[in-house]
Design a protein around this ligand. Structure first.
Ligand code: AR6
Length: 209
């Protein structure tokens, strides 16, 4: 659950959702849930140490603005130092677009941070494929690290300019495809508009829990 002093985050099923509610739960498979929450991903925590948050990074992987900047600030300078240690695959590139890398979470409530790089919508040759790969590879790295609870932001939907509805379709359907290895996959979304797009897409693609 989210623990933020300034927000109340109540989970509810879609059937009883009212405007004051801030979360929705869906079945991904017989044994895994999707939770769509509104809030700040830097505050995300669950009652398990097999957990990770995903940061929407850039190829350099040394921090930036948006959610990635907030995650670096909350994790503390050790996160940047750990990123710096990730080997470059070519000059200035630690994590190519669509790939993922893992570090500890340091001062974050989450144990690990999975760094992934979504496409810049207007310049990527195949943004659909790159965004799908960012989700797939984040889940693959999570699985390799025995993570059972993972929280995603809306990758590429800020500075990188991906249209929300298309990004929600890719995010939710890719997660559904790879959900068997996880107990819960969460989306933690900052803004009302993105949150409603995601809940509506999940209603289209998934069964409510
Ligand atoms: N918690 C949850 N979501 C957030 C938070 C937060 N604390 N802060 C912002 N968002 P963006 P991108 C939302 O721009 O488009 C960075 O400079 C935000 O409203 O963070 O993938 C990186 O270093 C939006 O819906 O990521 C890269 O250079 C979503 O998170 C570049 O931005 C993603 O927006 C990546 O751009």
């Amino acid at each position: 659950t989210l623990s933020s002093p300034t927000r109340t985050s109540r989970l509810t099923t879609v059937s009883s959702m009212a405007s004051k509610d801030e979360g929705a739960v869906f079945n991904l498979s017989d044994s895994s849930l999707l939770k769509i929450l509104k809030g700040d991903i830097t505050k995300w925590s669950v009652d398990s140490s097999s957990d990770a948050i995903v940061t929407p990074a850039n190829e350099r992987m040394l921090g930036g603005g948006g959610a990635d900047g907030a995650i670096h600030r909350a994790a503390g300078p050790q996160l940047r130092a750990a990123c710096y240690e990730v080997p470059e695959v070519r000059p200035g590139v630690r994590c190519p677009t669509g790939e993922a890398r893992v570090t500890p979470g340091f001062n974050l409530p989450a144990s690990r941070v999975i760094h992934t790089v979504g496409p810049i919508y207007d310049s990527d040759v195949n943004p659909q494929e790159s965004l799908t790969n960012a989700y797939k590879n984040s889940l693959r790295v999570a699985k390799e690290n025995n993570i059972k609870y993972i929280a995603f932001p809306a990758i590429s939907c800020g500075i990188y300019g991906y249209p929300f509805d298309e990004a929600a379709a890719i995010g939710i359907s890719t997660i559904k495809q790879f959900s068997n290895d996880f107990k819960e996959v969460h989306f933690v979304l900052f803004a009302d508009d993105i949150f409603s797009v995601w809940v509506n897409k999940a209603k289209e693609v998934l069964q409510k829990a």
